[in-house]
Every structure is written in C-alpha cells, then in structure tokens.
Design a protein around this ligand. Structure first.
Ligand code: GDP
Length: 481
C-alpha cells in the first residue's frame, strides 16, 4: 500500500507543495499524484509530529524498494553524462591487459607523475569526452552487482583473443550482457600474434548471435592489441559513439544517487567505499545513506588520488565518513541531514533482519503454477547446462515450445559444461531456474544454489526435464520428485 503525495498533504493538513519540498530534501523528486512508500511517509509525518501507522500488513516487500524509481527528473534538467563501461570475456583473453593499456595511454598522458589510485573504477578521456571503466573485469562482477539490484553498466566490452576465438566464458559474457540488456562492443584482442585470426572470431560470434557490423549486424567491433597498445584509441572512440546513441543523461542539479562498487574497513580511515554517482552532485559535507550504513562525507578522492570536494554524474570517488562498511551493489543516496540518514539506515538494518527470517520470492518449480496464477511470473527464465551441444539445443527447443498464453519460457543461457557459480549468479540476477542435463554440479555450487534459493535440477533423460517443467507450469507436478 502506497500513499499519494496529495492525500498525505490532505491528511496532515498542509499544501501538497510543502510535502513536495520536504521530499526534495530527502532526495525524492515526486509529483502531486505520485505514490510514496511508507518509510518516507513516516519520516515526513514525523516532521509534523505525527506518527504514521501502516494500514496494511502485506506491503513490506515493496516498501523502500527502489528509491531510484521514484526519481522523476524534468527532461529539461537532464544533461549528457559519460558512459560507465565493464570489460568481459574469457580468462586470459586480455581483459586486465586491456584495462591496463587504456589507463596507461589515457590516464598518464598529461598528468603529473601519472600515479593512479586503486578505487575500483577509472576515468579516462578521449577527445575531451570522459569514459568511466569499472576496474574489476568479468561478467561475474557485473552480475553480482546486478543480482543486488544495481544496474550501473552502460556498455560492455567483450574481449575475444584473436588466436583463441569464442570460448565458454565468452558465451557466458554474451548472455549475461544480453540478460541485462547492455549493449556490447567487441574488442578482438591479441591481433599482434602470428596466429591471430580475427575473421574466425567474427564468424564464431555470429554463430552465437552477436552479429558485428561487417556481418550485417549492429555490433561494433574493434581490433586491438592490449600488449602493444594498438587500437586503443579506436576502441575508446567507439565507446563514445555507442554511448552517444544511447543518449545517456542525468541531472547534475539534484542530490546525488549512486551505487557502491567497492568497500573496505581501512585501519586508519575507517570504513571507505567507492561510489559511482549516477545522477546528481555529491559534495563533501553531504549526509548520506548507503545500504544499511549512513554518515556524512568527510573526504573524497578520485582515481588519481586527488582530493575532490564536489563531483557530478558518472563519477567514481572513494568516500570517507560512513558509520560502517556498505556492500558492493548497495544504493547510495544523499538525504537532508544526519538524523534522516541514521533513521533510514537503521530501518534498513531492521528490514534486513526481518528479511533474513523470511524466504525470498524466487521462482521454483514447486510453486510455479501458483506464481503464474497470481501473475507474479510472466516469464520463466531458464539456464540450460548439458554435456553436449546437441542436448543443449534439444532442451532449448523443447523448452521454448512450452510457452503458453500465461507464461513465456526463455532460455537466457545455454551452454556445454557443468553448472557453475556464475550460472547461479545469473539465475539470481534474472530470477531463473537452472536445468542440468548429464552434468553433476559440485557441492559448492549446489550449496550456493540453496543459499540463494535458486531452483537447480539435474536430469539424465531430456523428456523428463521437459515433462517436469510442463507439469510445474500446469500445477500438476508430482510432489515427490
Ligand atoms: P584476463 O584473464 O582476460 O584478464 O587476461 P590478461 O590480461 O591477464 O592476459 C592474459 C595473457 O595474455 C597475459 O600473459 C598477457 O600478457 C597476454 N596478452 C594480453 N593481451 C595481449 C595482446 O594483445 N597480445 C599478446 N600477444 N598477448 C596479450
């Protein structure tokens, strides 16, 4: 149950504008007819000396969900912002080398000493345009953030070694990016190698649904050598080009909202965390909430180790002044004052405790039918892992055919090999179930699936897998499987 701003004003007995102003102070841009959650209502009401009482009991889930979704910026307040980029690809294909090469050519140029500070993200410039790179490459890092509800990546760079071609983690990366609807730019790396075969890479990519421009598709591809520093500028220019097509925008003239990407307890400085500011401006002295932690910004440093006092959208800064160490993926937000910050953080801590007691709402075969009936599940996302490509394809085709009017079956990732932790992460981020065929997941993977409440089922006969899902969709699953 949510409350509409207008109704809240009426109940308190003030003008809606007054409430709207108070919401602005909390970092929430709401219109007169907009709904606000109970937490916010409570804070506002308290300012008038009124204690808000929840009218319904079943709202808990939604309460202080996505504050971001409540942000309604006027289109005319929005200005262009820099893209935030993640590098992905198979192990040893050169992700780390590529990030190093980018930093080396672009960060050191023109900077005294060129010493960079590890804060988890780097800002580089090409032709006067800024690009922010997340320093931890790989789709696991990307999907871990996503599983926690943080969508910060605007563009994914898919690194494929020209001497090795498309490999299992290349395919994973493609599907993780696809599931997140993040556009890809292909970097065909190691072109300096004598056995480099970029054409083969492009063909293999096409076979996996990534059609690059030369092949009549719309995915940009750049040949690079991270080792020799070749093609780096072209790659950066392409990132700018693709980001311009996305028309990335933010409002610098509002309190900052962002995401924590790294954090630690530093011996001398206490809790430190790196935040990517996604919209608004963050200044030293601001009161903030980050996940279950709160505080006031005491100091900020950028990726060059410089102290800064104010940063705008698409910036990465390490901050000091939090009460505790937030988690990567936590949402970060400026609020009116320290008291409000503490109140929200404490309420979240309480909620975390309550949530830990309840099981989470994941798709499971057991209550799939119910979830479909209640309209909670419209897409059944499935990850298929099997011992052979033929089985992956057979399962995929049969599963897709199960789609009906109420629920659409999507195979968001299908590959040869056993079920891995990365599959669990993807399932968690995309609320998917996992089907393994003739594969045996390790106990650490099954434990992780259990912890995350991910349905992971293995089969030895294809039609049994199909029958199970079909039965689950119809609510006729044999309970003793
Ligand atoms: P990652 O696992 O994807 O992060 O890969 P790394 O960046 O660690 O690179 C793996 C290996 O490939 C290292 O030995 C690199 O030196 C090498 N490497 C990376 N890029 C290139 C390149 O462009 N050319 C050549 N010849 N070797 C490269």
């Amino acid at each position: 149950e949510k409350t509409i701003v207008k109704d809240l004003a009426e109940r308190i007995g003030v003008e809606p504008n007054e409430i709207i102003m108070k919401l602005v102070n909390l970092g929430i841009m709401a219109a007169v007819n907009q709904e606000i959650d109970f937490d916010t209502v409570e804070i506002i009401a308290e300012e008038y000396g009124i204690k808000a009482i929840k009218e319904t009991i079943e709202e808990e889930e939604e309460e202080d969900e996505d504050i971001l979704e409540q942000i309604v910026d006027n289109p005319e307040d929005l200005v262009k912002r820099a893209p935030i980029v993640t590098v992905m690809g198979h192990v040893d294909h050169g992700k780390t080398s590529l990030l190093d090469a980018i930093r080396k050519t672009k960060v050191t140029a023109g900077e005294a000493g060129g010493i960079t500070q590890h804060i988890g993200a780097s800002e580089v410039k090409i032709n006067g345009e800024k690009i922010v790179f997340l320093d931890t490459p790989g789709h696991e890092a990307f999907t871990t953030l996503r599983a926690r509800g943080a969508e910060i990546t605007d563009i994914a760079i898919l690194v494929v070694a020209a001497d090795d071609g498309v490999m299992p983690q290349t395919i994973e990366a493609i599907n993780h990016a696809k599931a997140a609807e993040v556009p890809l730019i292909v970097a065909v790396n190691k072109i300096d190698k004598p056995n480099a075969n970029p054409d083969r890479v492009k063909q293999e990519l096409a076979e996996h649904g990534v059609l690059i421009e030369e092949w009549g598709g719309d995915v940009v591809s750049v040949s690079v050598s991270a080792l020799k520093g070749e093609g780096i500028d072209q790659l950066l220019e392409m990132i700018i080009l693709v980001s311009e097509m996305q028309e990335l925008k933010a409002n610098p003239n509002r309190p900052a909202i962002g995401t924590i990407i790294e954090s630690e307890l530093n011996k001398g400085r206490g809790p430190v965390a790196t935040v990517i500011v996604q919209t608004g401006t963050l200044s030293v002295g601001d009161s903030v909430v980050a996940g279950h932690t709160h505080g006031r910004i005491r100091a900020m440093i950028n990726d060059k180790g410089e102290r800064v006092t104010k940063v705008g959208p698409s910036s990465a800064v390490e901050i000091q002044g939090l009460s505790d160490v937030p988690e990567a993926g936590d949402r970060f937000q400026i609020v009116k004052d320290d008291k409000t910050a503490r109140k929200i953080a404490e309420r979240r801590q309480q909620k975390i405790r309550e949530k830990n007691l309840k099981s989470s709402q994941r798709v499971s075969l057991e209550d799939l039918f119910e979830q479909i009936q209640e309209g909670k599940v419209k897409d059944l996302n499935v990850i298929v892992k099997a011992d052979a490509q033929g089985s992956v394809e057979a399962l995929k085709q049969s599963l897709l055919k199960l789609s009906n009017e109420e629920v659409r079956v999507n195979v968001i990732h299908g590959a040869v090999g056993t079920v891995t932790e990365s599959d669990i992460l993807l399932a968690s981020a995309s609320n998917a179930i996992i089907i393994g065929f003739n594969v045996r997941p390790s106990s650490s993977v099954t434990n992780m699936a259990e912890r995350e409440s991910i349905e992971l089922k293995t089969y030895r006969i294809i039609y049994e897998a199909i029958e199970d899902i079909e039965a689950a969709m119809k609510g006729m699953l044999d309970p003793e499987y």
